[in-house]
Design a protein around this ligand. Structure first.
Ligand code: FA5
Length: 339
């Protein structure tokens, strides 16, 4: 037996242990595992066995320490083997593939924001709130009374044509429900339930079978305003609209009235707003027709009122410089992210 120093014996063990641990950590399947088992732990010609044989070459006084080092190395290699075996049986990929580098920068979380139309609705509510108009809601599925009758739109009126409205499937009944075609319904609902003085705005969805184009969409939003109290005139209407337009669009926005007709206002006007040298129709307005005041039980000799209904997509398009209101509904984040 060749003499072996304790140091070189120990060095051999350390090298073997490092080789075995590295090889076992890389093993990807049962075949590789078995090959490593034979190479390192094999009972006949395994490398551990070979080192064990050289134990006899240590000086007598070094043998206890050499035996201890040997047992430690054997236990470590066996443990590495068992860990690799458990990992492969569990279908793992190996520590290299599984390693997570916690020092890498994380995936940034993209924060969204409210849709420009939602933002517009909130802005309108806030501005009108400062002018004393309380924000109220009304149902999107309406009956004939609130969408037409009470607004002085009689049965034979073209606005009630089935081709111009989304009647629900109960259309063959005498009083079919429909998706409201305007927010003027809310004027009636509020006046039926409250006494003047009244100052309300209502913002919500309305539905019409219009073909979509740059200024039309079959589902869109309106802002309805209603003010009823003694002594109200068209001058109050124009002042409120102008204050609103200036606050919403910024700067001194001009408001133009063009004579028009709505069954529930008298006189009636189209409301245009000027912006960058261009006039754009924003909605309709007028003095609440005395027949409507009577229909809800108000005395038209005591109170008068004005009402207006503006297209929210139109005022949002104006505000943000959008040429085509269909862009609000395309859900293209590249468009939406700009606001
Ligand atoms: C009305 O709906 C009346 N209820 C407005 C009103 C209220 C008048 C109170 C008097 C008193 P009109 O159908 O014109 O009116 O619609 C008002 C506005 O809604 C239009 O000026 C436009 O800005 C918008 N609008 C109408 N149709 C569409 C559509 N298909 N897509 C987008 N916006 C629309």
């Amino acid at each position: 037996m060749t003499a072996v120093s304790l140091d070189s014996f120990r060095g051999e063990l350390e090298r073997l242990r490092a080789d075995a641990e590295a090889a076992l950590a890389e093993a990807v399947d049962a075949a590789a595992l078995e090959a490593h088992r034979v190479e390192f732990l094999g009972a006949r010609s395994g490398r551990l066995k070979a080192i064990q044989k050289s134990l006899g070459g240590l000086a007598v006084g070094d043998k206890p320490a050499g035996g201890r080092h040997f047992n430690e190395a054997k236990a470590a290699i066996t443990a590495a083997f068992e860990a690799a075996q458990a990992r492969i049986e569990a279908g793992g990929l190996g520590p290299a593939a599984e390693a997570i580098d916690v020092t890498l920068p994380g995936e940034p979380i993209r924060l969204g924001h409210v849709h420009p139309l939602t933002h517009t609705i909130r802005r309108v509510q806030e501005i009108m709130g400062r002018l004393g108009f309380e924000s109220v809601d009304g149902p999107e599925v309406e009956d004939q009374w609130h969408n037409f009758e009470a607004l002085a739109i009689p049965a034979e009126h073209p606005a009630r044509d089935p081709l111009d409205n989304f009647y629900l499937s109960v259309a063959r009944t005498a009083d079919p429900l429909l998706l409201r075609s305007q927010t003027s319904t809310v004027q009636i609902r509020v006046m039926e339930n409250r006494e003047p003085p009244l100052r309300i705005v209502s913002l919500g969805r309305v539905y019409r079978p219009d073909t979509a184009d740059a200024t039309h969409y079959p589902m869109f939003h309106q802002v309805e305003g209603l003010l009823v109290e003694p002594g109200i005139t068209m001058a109050h209407l124009k002042s409120v609209l102008r204050l609103f337009a200036s606050s919403f669009l910024g700067g001194d926005v001009h408001v133009r009235f063009r004579p028009s007709f709505f069954p529930f206002t008298e006189p009636s006007v189209e409301v245009d707003m000027e912006w960058g040298g261009r006039w754009v129709e924003m909605g309709g307005a007028g003095m609440v027709d005395p027949a409507v005041l009577e229909a809800v039980g108000y005395d038209p000799d005591v109170v008068t009122g004005f009402a207006f209904g503006l297209g929210v997509e139109r005022i949002a398009a104006r505000r943000y410089g959008v040429d085509d209101i269909r862009d609000f509904y395309r859900n293209d984040v590249r468009f939406l992210r700009q606001f």
